[in-house]
Design a protein around this ligand. Structure first.
Ligand code: UGA
Ligand code: MN
Length: 294
């Protein structure tokens, strides 16, 4: 009886081993086919978009950066180069960047004192220029390919814009909506460039808003002298001219031949600061913490 049991047990044991092995093989085969299937389906990685944003300390800064960072979160393969016009990194900005989940670079580029002293009225100063040039310097030192775009911290961006700019070979351009019912745009007839339409042509060769163009990193790297000047009203024009040689035939007209508005030049109303508050009255509550986090 014991012998019969042993024989039966041994037969069962080998039968069990054979099915487990088989099922293991089956699982393995399935996994490897599945892996190959995934590998075939994975599209090539998208080109990186480097978004260079100028920012500076003011009451509305954190609100602007929150909105922009959440827009950028929706765009794949993006690096946010955030450049503060400040001599020290703002702790709240650093915290926002860390929380954002974005790939980012946090840099400083204060507006030169000579510019501040030379132009007393803030509105007449060339704003964001030191920041953008610092972003370009970072790209020259760290990037070899991709696309870059100057996205000011206060504008409004449709995420479709980023997919439009991703295949920029040299320079691409598109319309920018204004809040006065107007816009600025290249004039395009049947895919051919005819000039620019702008509320303020000035004496500009490129009548383009800062938000209205992107440039390929490779194209920038081939132009070591390209930079943005401290010339109010002519920042975009002189920068694009510094990319010379740049012909209209080098430019891709985006947003369905410049018929769609995918970015708005918006501005947040400057708030009047709130009344001072006696924080001692709120010792130990959340109120002092909130003030500290602003
Ligand atoms: C902006 C640009 O500053 C001009 O260079 C550009 O000619 C113009 O748009 C345009 O697109 O045609 P505006 O929107 O009036 O002009 O300027 P702001 O939004 O006040 O500043 C532009 C950027 O520079 C913002 O990202 C802002 O955060 C930053 N900025 C502003 C600084 O870094 N420092 C400052 O002192 C002021
Ligand atoms: Mn602005």
């Amino acid at each position: 009886m014991a012998t019969v049991c042993l024989v039966l047990f041994t037969v069962q044991y080998f039968w069990f081993l054979s099915i487990t092995n088989n099922s293991c093989r089956r699982v393995h085969t399935t996994v490897s086919t599945f892996t190959e299937h995934i590998a075939q389906q994975t599209p090539p990685s998208p080109r990186t978009i480097y978004v260079i944003t100028a920012t500076y300390r003011r009451l509305e800064q954190l609100a602007e950066l929150t909105r922009l960072s959440q827009t950028l979160r929706l765009v794949p393969a993006l690096v946010w180069i955030l450049v503060e016009d400040a001599t020290e990194k703002t702790a709240a900005v650093e915290k926002l960047l860390l929380r954002s989940g974005l790939s980012f670079v946090h840099l400083l580029a204060p507006m030169p004192e000579i510019i501040k002293k030379g132009v007393k009225e803030k509105a007449k100063r060339p704003r964001g220029v030191s920041n953008r040039n610092r972003g370009l310097k970072w790209l020259r030192a760290n990037a070899t390919s991709g696309v870059f775009y100057f996205a000011d911290d206060d504008n409004t961006y449709d995420i479709k814009l980023f997919e439009e700019m991703r295949d920029t070979e040299k320079v691409s351009m598109w319309p920018v909506g204004l809040l006065n019912g107007g816009f600025g745009t290249p004039v395009v007839r049947q895919g051919k460039f005819e000039g620019f339409y702008s509320g303020w042509p000035g004496r500009r060769s490129f009548q383009v808003d800062m938000a209205g163009f992107a440039v390929s990193v490779e194209f920038l790297l081939q132009r070591p002298k390209a930079r943005m000047p401290y010339k109010v009203g002519y920042e975009e024009d002189f920068f694009l001219r510094s990319l010379n040689p740049l012909k209209p035939s080098d430019i891709q007209w985006k947003a369905t031949n410049c018929t769609e508005i995918l970015v708005w030049h918006t501005q947040t109303k400057t708030p009047s600061p709130q009344r001072p508050i006696d924080l001692n009255l709120y010792n130990g509550t959340n109120i002092p913490i909130l003030f500290n986090n602003l």
